[in-house]
Design a binder for this molecule. Structure first.
Ligand code: PLP
Length: 375
């Protein structure tokens, strides 16, 4: 099938760019001597997941139990569910383990730890990681705090303590490579410190899991760490390009859109890809260069200089020259195909139910890979 035969908007995945991103991260982790545990919440696709490994099926990270189900069905057994567990999901987790998943859970409070311990006493072992707050970004216990040991003792008494895990989400707010390097070292040091405290208290701590794409890309040493999780590196996006974690040319995901009309006096090109196709994510708004709802390329993936998707309605996109000066917008004819690069690959991907796999500038769709969503 040719791109011109697709009904737009449609999600495109450049397989060559993805393969280069995957190889780069794999080699980096191998050089640093740690296991890479990709986060599959970005792709939500077994076809993509299989291409992240050299023949192996894992280890992997997921953000929902539905992802765990799906990837287990596709042969991925070593799974960390990296969102804090709730008591209501423990039975589901046990069922996954009975079906053969080596599923590990995550939590950061004593209430959840007690629920895991009680459930494990009835239904069998539930290996669980303690979430560490390494950057003040979101969830987790302080590596130096009393909660860490209290939770550790509770889980260990039930034979459920598997290790510690952190995600340095604050790396997304770094504004220089030096700042990301420093964040990577902070992420490593604080998580390793938490592991040490557990071990000094006589508790087991086999897994020391860190990771985000920015810190994985720039970490200089990872001693004490056993594994790194990263997700968005597979596709990359404008937010990652905005903090120099990738180049714009590395972005493997785009939305194919068609020009449907113009507002000539305003210098606007109207397309059929609105926020339903791109998502509402405006992640570059906080960055030095705001990319609107996306950067605009031609049908072959070549950037059209300074053309940006400046606004979005549900099914309408507005494309204009970055300067805001109407005379600079090339009024591309109705029917012109465009590829729009997304701010946030996970959010844009989530708007679609399949990947149309392409290679570079080719106008052929090689294959269609389904992707799933929901919980
Ligand atoms: C717990 C956890 N681990 C790993 C990741 C992967 O980070 P990134 O998407 O920057 O690669 C995320 C992303 O949100 C996450 O929430």
């Amino acid at each position: 099938m040719k791109l011109g035969e697709l009904e737009t908007p449609a999600l495109l995945l450049d397989a060559d760019r993805m393969a280069a991103n995957v190889t780069r991260m794999r080699s980096r982790m191998a050089a640093l001597g740690v296991t890479l545990r990709p986060h599959l919440k970005t792709c939500k696709s077994a076809d993509v997941a299989r291409r992240l490994f050299d023949g192996a099926t894992g280890p992997v990270t997921v953000s929902t139990l539905k992802e765990a189900e799906h990837f287990l069905d596709n042969g991925f057994t070593d799974i960390i569910y990296a969102v804090g567990i709730t008591p209501g999901k423990l039975e589901h987790a046990s069922r996954l383990r009975e079906r053969g998943a080596d599923l590990k859970l995550l939590l950061d409070n004593l209430d959840a730890a007690r629920a895991v311990a009680a459930h494990a006493a009835r239904r069998g072992n539930l290996p669980t990681l303690i979430e560490i707050d390494s950057d003040g970004h979101r969830a987790g216990v302080a590596p130096e705090g009393a909660d860490l040991l209290a939770i550790g003792h509770c889980l260990a008494a039930a034979n459920c303590l598997a290790g510690v895990l952190t995600h340095a989400g604050a790396s997304y707010d770094c504004r220089s490579v030096a700042a990301i390097r420093a964040m990577a070292e902070q992420e490593r040091a604080r998580t390793v410190r938490a592991a040490l405290r557990l071990r000094e208290a006589g508790l087991p701590c086999e897994i020391v899991s860190v990771g985000s794409s920015p810190t994985a890309t720039y970490a200089e040493r990872l001693d004490g760490v056993t594994e790194v999780r990263a997700g968005v590196y597979v596709f990359f996006d404008l937010v990652m390009a905005g903090i120099e974690v990738c180049r714009v040319e590395d972005i493997a995901l785009s939305v194919l859109a068609t020009v449907i009309g113009h507002q000539r006096e305003r210098g606007w090109i109207i397309t059929d890809a609105g926020w339903m196709a791109m998502s509402r994510d405006r992640g570059t708004a906080k960055q030095p260069v705001d990319q609107g709802y996306g950067l605009v390329c031609d049908a072959a993936g070549q950037r059209l200089p300074d053309l940006v998707m400046i606004d979005a309605n549900q099914e309408h996109g507005i494309v204009a020259h970055r300067s805001g000066q109407p005379q600079h917008t090339p009024l591309l004819p109705v029917g012109t195909l465009l590829r729009i690069l997304p701010n946030h690959a996970c959010a844009t991907g989530a708007q679609h139910d399949r990947y149309h796999v392409v290679r570079g500038a080719s106008d052929s769709v090689e294959v269609v890979w389904p992707r799933f969503s929901g919980w």
